[in-house]
Design a protein around this ligand. Sequence first.
Ligand code: CA
Ligand code: CA
Length: 411
Amino acid sequence: MKTKLLLSLIILVLTVTACASPAGPTTAAPSLPGELEATQGAIVSPTAAPGASFTPETASPEMETPTQPAEPTPIATQPAPKVTVAAALLDVPWEIVPLPDGSLLVTERPGRLVHLVEPGIVLDVPGVVETSEGGLLGLAIDPDFDENGWLYLYLTANENGGLVNRVERYTFNGQALSERQVLLVGIRGAAVHDGGRLAFGPDGYLYITTGDAGDAASAQDLASLNGKILRIAANGSIPPDNPFGTAVWSYGHRNPQGLAWDAQGRLWAVEHGPSELGSGYDELNLIVPGGNYGWPVIQGDETAEGMLSPVLQSGGNETWAPADLAFLNGRLFFAGLRGQTLYVVEVLEQSVGPLERYLAGEYGRLRSLAVSTGGLLYLGTSNRDGRGVPAGTDDQILLINTDLLGEKGQP
Ligand SMILES: [Ca+2]
Ligand SMILES: [Ca+2]
C-alpha cells in the first residue's frame, strides 16, 4: 500500500529561494501535501516537508516579517501560484479535510481513507460498497480532534440485502482507525442520489446531507431521513433545538452535496437538480431550520406556499452538478461535476452576487473542496468516477490561490 501510494503521489517541488531570514527553509525539499503559504513578505514556504522539517501554519515571526532580499528575486515575492498540484493519482477523492498539522485526510469513494503525509497512509474502511454514486463519501473531523482524534465518515453499505448509508465515528491516531461507532442509521442508499456531505457547524453539531435515493417523495416525508439536511451531536444524539425533534434540520432536498457557513454563521447548501429530465435546475440555498426546499414539488424559480426557492439556480439550460461548497473571504465556491467549473459567488446580505465561472474544462470534473489552513482552496477532481475522461495524473487535488482566479466573470 505504501509503495502504491508513494508511486501514486506527485511530490510538489517548490523552488524556495534563499531569503534573508535565517528562520526560513533553505532547501527545496519535496513535500506533500504541499501548501504554499503566501506570507506578507519575501518567503514562499512549504508547510509540510518530509522528515522533521514540517513548518506549522503558525510560522515563526521571522517568517512573517517582510524581508529585503539581497538580490532582486521576483519568484520570492510572488504569492502562491493560481493553481498548484498538491496530490495526484487519487481515485475519486470525495472529501478533503486539512488536519491541524496541515496534512490532508482524503476519502476515496471506492472505500479508502488516505492520509497524505510522507510516507503516505492508506486505510481500507470496512463495509463500504461503491455504487454508481455511493461509496465512501463524506469526512469530517471533530472540533476537538486535537484532543479526541475523532473523525466521521459517511458511507454506503449493504444491510439486509439493500443499500443503506451510515454515519460512523472512528478514532484516528494518524496511523490507524479504531473504536468504530455507528452514529446514524436509517438513511436509504441507492445507486444514485446518496448525498453524503458531512460538516461541523459553528454550533458544534454535525450536519449531514442525504439524497432522495431515487424516491422523490421521501424528500417531503419528515419521517424519512432521505432528501434532507440532518443535524446530530457528536455522539449521535438529537440536539434539543432541532425543529422536528428528529435528526431533520431541513427537507425537500433532492441530492444536496455541499455545505458551508458564511461569516455571519449562516448555512448554505448546494444540490443537484433533476438532470435526468434533461439538465439543470441545480440550486444554491440558504438553509434555515425546518425549511422546506421544495423537491419534488417545485424546481428552478418556482414558488409554493411554505416552500423556499433557491437563492441561485442554474436554470434549465445549464448544469453545474454542484458537488461541494466552501466559504472563503466573503465568497462561496462550488465545484461542478458535469459543469467542470469552479463556480464563485459573493455573499451579500440576503442574496449573492453574479455567478463567476473559473477553470472551465481545464481539469475535468470537479468534486471536492476544502479551505486550507493557509487560506487557500483545495479542489479535488473526479475524472475516475466512471463519468469522466481521466488523464494520466487523475485524480488530482489542486491548491488554488483564489486571489488569482481572475477578474469577475472571466476565466
Ligand atoms: Ca429546491
Ligand atoms: Ca468539502
